[in-house]
Design a binder for this molecule. Structure first.
Ligand code: F6P
Length: 386
């Protein structure tokens, strides 16, 4: 039997280190184990496979990748893996494509004798993996097969892990952008609205705003943060205290929740605000910027590579021993045929059933989390008493 590995969804720095860790830890324990790499995410499962060349990747295939950003395996999103809704006008065609994709993937996995599929990605990727696993077990009930997920996304919105692989690097990339923008903003005494990735969850925007010393932040899942009046109040308070820089961080998903023109409307409000103009002596000029995909690029941070190593090695433990080495064997046993994710609590890897991960992901920011509280404690506010 062999172990398949793929990366899926948005690339995240540290994915390469995770692939390398799975490979090395598996081979360290059982040098004759066979590994298969699937390229370009789940797409790689549905192409014509050649078992003479595709099987058993060699050590040289994972050489020189630990310092590289992105994923050397390639990645992607596969719309066919999402089951269409019966209300979809193209339901029949989409359902046929969905079933066909699953069938080809399952047969390929069978022919490649894959017993474990390691999927490094976010919750969308885990949903796809689970569908494939269920289809596999239905088609070939006598063949062992299970999925081991590793959380790899810059969004950090996966239930069961404090931090996902890639988040720390992206966070540092965004904070670096904020610091650079601050130089120019402060020179001109302007405001900047900076858009950061995060379609449904605002962890990256929130934490980078806090770490970068932003004046305000807006995130999709907390509607109170979309309020222009609240942000204006914060800027006025800053202007009265002689601030020279005003950085407003917004997550991309705010546009979906509060209107595509949310940032341009805010800019117009700020530039027309007479209270700000009176305090500063002239209207506050605003520039719009976006970090975009730059947040995802570059060499992974030491923390991301360490996390990738820990989780990748724990995946090897689960595949080969049925539990994370060193954990209580009675409490952490993973039954064969169970789909799991390797998450983390602090620096400790933990095994979480994939069904549980999917039930609670994406994990969203809400007003009860400590970072939300920090927003009110550390950022500018209209009623600031000092
Ligand atoms: O899934 C991670 C993520 O970074 C989201 O925050 C963002 O919406 C999405 O990827 C964008 O990815 P792409 O443009 O590559 O499809």
């Amino acid at each position: 039997m062999s172990i398949g590995i793929l990366t899926s969804g948005g690339d995240a720095p540290g994915m390469n280190a995770a692939v390398r860790a799975v490979f090395r830890a598996i081979k360290m324990r059982e040098p004759n184990s066979e590994l298969v790499f699937f390229r370009d995410g789940f797409r790689g499962l549905a192409r014509r496979l050649d078992s003479s060349t595709d099987r058993n990747v060699a050590r040289k295939d994972i050489r020189g990748i630990i310092h590289r950003g992105g994923t050397f395996l390639g990645t992607g999103r596969v719309p066919e893996l999402i089951a269409p809704s019966p209300d979809d006008p193209e339901f029949a065609a989409k359902k046929a494509a969905h079933d066909a994709f699953l069938q080809v993937a399952v047969v390929n996995l069978f022919q490649m004798e894959v017993s474990h599929l390691v999927v490094i990605g976010g919750d969308g990727s885990f949903r796809g993996a689970r569908k494939i696993a269920q289809a596999f077990r239905q088609t070939f009930p006598d063949r062992p097969f299970s999925v081991v997920g590793l959380p790899g996304t810059i969004d950090n919105d996966i239930h069961g892990c404090d931090y996902s692989i890639g988040f720390d690097t992206a966070l540092n990339n965004v904070v670096d952008a904020i610091r650079k923008l601050r130089d120019t903003v402060e020179s001109h005494r302007r405001a900047i609205i900076l858009e950061v990735m995060g379609n449904t969850s605002g962890w990256l925007a929130l934490q980078s705003a806090l770490a970068g010393g932003a004046a305000a932040v807006a995130i999709p899942e907390v509607p109170a943060t979309h309020d222009h009046e609240r942000i204006l109040g914060a800027l006025r308070a800053g202007a009265r205290r002689d601030y020279r820089y005003f950085i407003i961080v917004m997550a991309e998903g705010v546009r979906k929740q509060a209107g595509a023109d949310w940032a341009t409307r805010l800019r117009a409000r700020i530039e027309a605000d007479t209270q700000l103009a009176d305090t500063l002596g002239s209207p506050l000029e605003v520039r719009l910027n976006s970090v975009g995909h730059v947040a995802r690029g570059g060499s992974p941070s030491a923390l991301d590579n360490t996390l990738a190593g820990l989780l990748g090695a724990a995946a090897a433990d689960v595949i080969q021993l049925g539990r994370v080495e060193g954990s209580d064997p009675n409490r952490s046993k993973v039954e064969p045929g169970t789909d799991v994710m390797i998450g983390c609590r602090g620096p400790r890897p933990v095994v979480v059933p994939l069904a549980e991960v999917l039930e609670h992901s994406p994990r969203l920011v809400h007003e009860g989390v400590p970072l939300s509280k920090l927003m009110t404690q550390l950022m500018l506010r209209a009623d600031q008493p000092f």
